[in-house]
Design a protein. Sequence first.
Length: 381
Amino acid sequence: MQALEILLMENNFSVAFHVKQIFKLIVTLCCFLGVTFSSTVTEAGVISEKQEIEMGKAAAEQIEAHYGVLNDPMVTERVERIGQSLVAVCGRKNLTYTFKVLNTEDVNALACPGGHIYVFKGLLDFMPSDGELAAVLGHEIGHVVKRHTVHQIEKNMLTQMLAILAGVASGNGDVMAMGMVVSDALAAGYSRADESAADREGFDYCLKAGYSPYAMLITMHKLQEMAERYGNPGWGIFDSHPEPEKRIQNMHKLLSPLKITPNASKKADGGAFVRENFADGDWELVVRETAGGNDPYYRAELLAGALYQVKQRAKEKIDPTHFIVFEAPDKAKIYYEDMQLFVVYRQDAAGFGSIGACAGDYVEKLRIWAEKVNEKSKLQK
Ligand SMILES: [Zn+2]
């Protein structure tokens, strides 16, 4: 998720640079005046939660002033709803989290200490499913829960920060300077260990909140691809260490003990399988085509994750009649009740006569899968 976070800093933080000059001046002045800072060190660590919240708020104000916040209720409500569903299962619920969309076509996301989470408008186009967006937000919440930026500030900028906090303690805190310190820490990027930790946290929240278990994996593949195609912005969610391949490997390590089925795998010919093993053999569904901006493997992962969610929801039994198709002129969406499972495109329908006929064929296979799952769970009881 790092690539995104990095983007912001390089292109847009000339503002931060300017603030940095002011900040340096403040620190110099404080030193000159002989201000002492030891009184701000609290038992909870160098930076207390209250101070963390202050700093985060200051940084958030600067970021919002710089980019502007998108005012589109449909979009912002979606981001807020997904974000809060993750907060409900995270390990630091006492903070007040906010989720906002920054009005820029840049593709990135970032988190300020204290719980201000931002996605850039440009990112949303690439994250059409709630699960994918949840993976990004979960990763960012993970940074807040684990106080990564705060620790970074504590480690690298202790002296300067104490100067700022002295100001906060005395009620004379310089909001600009505080925000800049946070911006600087964000720009410096997270450590390898912090990024891996945020991935793990995000994965955990997504799973607990009921999103596709493959959401984080799908999002990582996508970010990797975007970084290759458009260039890696190098900060934020695109922060490039550990290497994307390594992050994807780590994600597979988290997934494998969970024995999530069905699973998706690549075919030698470039297509992909969704597959589940049953007593009477493998059930398989093949995705051959790249469509809707996603390659066959993405699409297979999306479907496999959605089918896992169907199993989770249908405690007793999956109703094979609850798979439904909604047809549009250029595609057909397959649902299980209100859960979207798969989108069939024109490319998929070659040899079927129509998109609807192709979707019908998929639904037939999904009904067979449902019956097999029901049979298996009956045997297990
Ligand atoms: Zn990150």
